[in-house]
Design a protein around this ligand. Sequence first.
Ligand code: PXP
Length: 240
Amino acid sequence: MIELGVNIDHVATLRQARRTVEPDPIWGAVLSELGGADGITVHLREDRRHINDRDVSLLRETVRCKLNMEMAAVDEIVKIACKIKPDQATLVPERREEVTTEGGLNVAEQFGNVQKIVKRLQDSGIVVSLFLDPDLRQIESGIKTGCDAIEIHTGKYALARGQKDVSEEITRIIEAGKIINDSGLRLHAGHGLTYHNVEPIVKIPKMLELNIGHSIISRAIMVGLKKAVREMKQILNSCK
Ligand code: PXP
């Protein structure tokens, strides 16, 4: 069965918009797990723009399914991961000015550094995944690092418009997936996946894990808003 990792960074983004205590991503993790999530994914960014150190510590204590920590390949965050010990670490590129992770890790260009970090994390008992574009040079370099899994960046597929561009992107992902499968690594995918575009990605042979955030949290707001307004109205009416 394919596993769903729910990315709850977006809950923390809303909290940070007011620098307050709600919504709490820890609650988000509990509810996601109750809903059937197989994993909880969070990105501890160097600038702590959404998920912070308190969140990852508490999540480590409370998450019962797989805790997947996305992180840049930098010493400060690697040290935190080795201490927190998430079940899985996913190495992603990080640029401060980007709104979200805009491309895969350039493992071909920083092979030595990534290889060292993969080993450091694995030595701490953490399964290591690399977030890579469906680009053969990157996938081949990624496999050579000794990582356990590769998550294919599906952002370009999600943005593609028109049958021709969409099928070209799917073909690139399928081909990258085949190489990952043949190497014996776990095949994951994520970024920009929605209720409408997820199906062809689920159907890729031996696709084991999808990490989805924005679309699920967006839907949660919409399916929950009516009830939330009703509850406030009830309080207003009962105060009279
Ligand atoms: N996988 C990785 C490695 C990511 O960086 C992200 C975005 O934080 C996701 C999955 C989830 O992307 P989205 O929020 O678009 O579903």
